[in-house]
Design a protein around this ligand. Structure first.
Ligand code: SAH
Length: 208
């Protein structure tokens, strides 16, 4: 698996990710173990594409995981909120970078799976099974917020839970027209930057 991970990383570098810390973390995290049994074997876990993880969801393409991580540049000890735990892989990469990771997943099966694998791989990530539109107010503010499912608009609660000097990255838009947005909060003001066109699963609302 090491040689497959080296090849995956070589491609990520060829696509333009330069930060050595990110490259090292991507080389270290065992991506294949995050793909639930029953889903594995369908697609190469180290290939340059998303892979199914059950419940109609996918683990993001390795390049996108590296790209988003590089954009938000997490520093050791920073508090990060992820919305859309999915398999737990992105959370593991952030934990590998030394961040204190909080992650919310709306589908109970996936939250449980991620909890199990992250513990098995010795990553201390706090997982909450809940609707990410509300964020995690008890643990706010966060230095970084990363959303790995796409809302139609930037959720206001998440902006509120971002620390002064914090940054947030998220895909925004409909399934056929989405782009990554990077948001910076500084001096009480919010600055937005549009970034790559992407394709994430929609951020859904919990029926209650
Ligand atoms: N970061 C994941 C990929 C996630 S796919 C990984 O590394 O594997 C997107 C995930 O967002 C799915 O698991 C989906 O169930 C979840 N999701 C969708 N809407 C959500 C919401 N409102 N709150 C929390 N999670 C949500």
């Amino acid at each position: 698996m090491n040689s497959e991970r080296n090849e995956m990383v070589r491609l990520i570098q060829a696509y333009g990710v330069r930060d050595e810390k990110i490259i090292e973390a991507m080389r270290k995290v065992r991506r294949h173990v995050f793909i639930p049994e029953g889903q594995s074997g369908m697609l190469d876990p180290y290939g340059d594409h998303p892979c199914p993880i059950g419940n109609g969801q996918t683990i993001s393409q390795p390049f996108i995981v590296a790209y988003m991580s590089e954009k938000i540049n997490p520093k050791p000890g920073e508090k990060i909120l992820e919305i859309g735990t999915g398999s737990g892989y992105q959370a593991a990469v952030l934990a590998e970078l030394g961040a204190d990771v909080y992650s919310i997943e709306i589908i109970p099966d996936l939250a449980n799976h991620a909890k199990k694998i992250l513990a098995q791989e010795k990553y201390k990530v706090h997982i909450l099974e809940a609707d990410g539109y509300k964020g995690w107010p008890e643990m706010a503010p966060f230095d970084v917020i990363i959303v790995t499912c796409a809302p139609e608009e930037i959720p206001f609660e998440l902006i509120q839970q971002l620390n002064e000097g914090g940054r947030m990255i998220l895909p925004v838009g409909s399934p056929l027209n989405q782009k990554l947005v990077v948001l910076y909060k500084s001096g009480g003001k919010v600055k937005l930057e549009n970034d790559l066109a992407v394709r994430f699963v929609p951020m859904v609302h919990r029926q209650s």
